[in-house]
Design a protein around this ligand. Structure first.
Ligand code: SME
Length: 137
């Protein structure tokens, strides 16, 4: 509700800020849901470009969160069989759904090159970030 830039630009700025300033956040992105097509689409990110710009619901950690509507913390990606590898350097991942008016419309996805870095504080913080992003949309 202002004219200072698109929501996508703001989401990219948030990704860059998080990836730059939190040492164990090595890749940060927002995927947004197309509920008709049942696909997630990479809207904004910071870190290495990924081939996985479209992810079907149910596939990978991201696709599972599109269906579960719940936070998904993966301390060690090697222990997951429904996982889509974006980089061989990634050891762990956190995905937090983004709700607008009670509907799961996307998610923030963070990859870390460390094993088991994410705590409840990350979940709480990223839920807060998502609430702020939802207010832009
Ligand atoms: N690892 C994710 C795919 C997205 S990349 O991490 C950027 C998954 O399993 O859904």
């Amino acid at each position: 509700s202002n004219n200072e830039g698109s929501a996508k630009d703001k989401m990219t700025a948030i990704c860059e800020l998080l990836q730059e300033h939190i040492d164990y956040y090595d890749w940060v992105g927002f995927y947004m849901a197309n509920h008709e097509a049942r696909t997630l689409h990479l809207e904004a990110f910071a870190g290495e470009p990924t081939d996985h710009t479209v992810i079907p619901f149910g596939k990978g950690i991201c696709g599972q969160v599109a269906e579960s509507n719940e936070n998904f913390v993966v301390p060690d990606v090697k222990a997951q069989d429904n996982y889509i590898a974006c980089s061989i350097t990634v050891k762990s991942e956190i995905v937090i759904p983004l709700f607008k008016d009670g509907k799961n419309i996307g998610q923030i996805d963070i990859d870390s090159n460390k094993v088991d870095p994410f705590t409840k504080a990350d979940e709480d913080f990223l839920e807060f970030v998502n609430e702020k992003v939802a207010a832009l949309l």
